[in-house]
Design a protein around this ligand. Structure first.
Ligand code: FES
Ligand SMILES: [Fe+2]
Length: 458
């Protein structure tokens, strides 16, 4: 990567030099510009040098822009961060997408929802976005947290509100060693256990002075926190993908979406086998707007899916597996080179490991993470790590294609209601099995959404 970036810089410098050279050459009364004689008329009008210099500058500028664009396309990681109303809403009747999104959110019938925050591990942010000494404010599970990286490189997650007088530690707070210092009166809290270790104007730090510290760990390029409604310790760990730790698989991009739905709707998609043949069969070229995905123009490209979903046995009851066989057909002809087998392993309520292993396209992992921000707002990220030796364009294409298919689901999720007793046929049986499996992440005290307005009070 470093070497490629150097190469592009050399090309850019050469382009600039060439442009400057041309300008100077022109100024030096040359009769020719890039092999063409100046029109006699320009010479007489005294413009001989000016148009040439302008053309050379434009040429240099355009070359630089083109090189920058080419570099980003080929080498830079794909970063696609969508806002909450950017995807999955239809702007119609003179209303903007944002207006439609607000109306849909206000009017939606939520249905009889399960608890809103299941127990488990959740992604807070991607590791590479948190440098040493950085502090970030994140909203998750209805709480404000401050995430910071200490000077020794460890990431910590603590409640954002300072217990002294309530300032937000992540807004103006700074990292001091392994502590975070509050921007209001300078109290310092240790990331390891939340204990206050310094009050700049007090002789003594009382024992009770501490901020709540969230159990956290960093694995597979993600900072994760453990949530349990009763404060219970983690009952399982997140598996490490050793290829990432060893640096054999490297970061190639990420996407982020905010989805207006209950968290369970998203993993349930894996067990909803019938929707694949309907929603995800049109080729990715037909886009994400469900009004047009079945258009005749693109029907010559099709994705075919064969899927099986099953929970894992002891000791991994908190895991389940979706086995996907994907085939691409163009004008009815299958392209076996692009057949792709994917194992999507769900680990708890908020993490899915999508593992790719292809003889020609290489190996890699998409970490698909769902973190509730609020009861009906989920932050969903896809972060891709891929074999170092495979050109970055390959994983970037895979992530982009996955993103298109995913955004079709987003349009469904953003506008649907949750049906607790769905009308299922025999072929939908894995949906019920998935609901039974997922219910293990709720316990008696799991928070529920109150004040639902699902019926009119006459
Ligand atoms: S509010 Fe944080 S130190 Fe006073
Ligand atoms: Fe889907």
């Amino acid at each position: 990567m470093e070497r490629c970036s150097g190469f592009v810089k050399v090309i850019a410098v050469m382009a600039i030099s060439l442009a400057i050279g041309l300008v100077l050459d022109v100024r030096d009364t040359s009769d020719m510009f890039i092999g063409f004689p100046y029109p006699e008329l320009w010479r007489k009008a005294g413009l001989a040098g000016a148009p040439a210099r302008a053309a050379a500058c434009i040429l240099a500028g355009v070359s630089l822009l083109a090189l920058g664009w080419l570099y980003r396309l080929i080498f830079a990681p794909l970063e696609l961060l969508r806002t909450a109303d950017e995807v999955g809403y239809i702007a119609e009747d003179g209303r903007s997408r944002a207006q439609v999104a607000n109306e849909v959110r206000r009017r939606r019938k939520t249905g009889e929802l399960p608890p809103v925050y299941p127990n488990g591990w959740y992604r807070v942010l991607d590791s590479h976005t948190l440098e040493r000494g950085d502090v970030k404010n994140v909203t998750l599970l209805g709480e404000q947290v401050a995430v910071f990286r200490s000077e020794d490189g460890t990431a910590y997650v603590v409640d954002a509100y300072c217990p002294h007088l309530g300032a937000n530690l992540a807004v103006g707070g700074r990292v001091v060693g392994g502590c975070i210092e509050c921007p209001f009166h300078g109290w310092q809290f240790r990331g390891k256990d939340g204990k206050c270790v310094k009050i700049p104007y007090a002789d003594k730090v009382p024992e009770f002075a501490k901020v709540r510290c969230w159990p956290s760990r960093e694995v597979n390029g993600l900072v994760l926190v453990w949530f349990h409604c009763d404060g219970a310790e983690p009952s399982w760990t997140v598996p490490e993908q050793v290829e990432i730790t060893r640096g054999e698989w490297v970061y190639r991009g990420r996407t982020e979406h905010f989805i207006n739905a209950h968290i369970e709707e998203i993993p349930e998609n894996a067990a909803d086998i019938a929707h694949l043949a309907h929603l995800h069969t049109p080729g990715i070229v037909s886009g994400v707007d469900l009004r047009y995905t079945n258009s005749k123009t693109w029907e010559f490209v099709r994705h075919d899916w064969k899927v099986d979903w099953k929970p894992e046995p002891e000791p991994n009851l908190h895991c389940s597996e979706m086995l996907v066989k994907h085939a691409l057909t163009v004008f009815g002809r299958r392209w076996p080179l692009l057949d792709l087998d994917v194992v999507a392993r769900q680990v708890g309520p908020g993490l899915v490991f999508l593992l790719f292993d292809h003889s020609f396209l290489g190996r890699g992992l998409i970490m698909h993470c769902v973190t509730p921000v609020e009861p009906l707002l989920q932050c969903v990220s896809h972060t891709i790590f891929y074999q170092n030796s495979i050109p970055p364009l390959v994983p970037k294409f895979i992530l982009r294609a996955e993103c298109i298919q995913f955004e079709r689901d987003v349009m469904i999720w953003n506008n649907k209601t949750y049906i607790s007793r769905p009308m299922l046929v025999k072929e939908d049986s894995s949906i019920q099995r998935h609901r039974r499996w997922f219910s293990q992440f709720y316990s008696e005290n799991s928070p529920r959404l109150r004040y639902q307005h699902d019926s009119l009070d006459w």
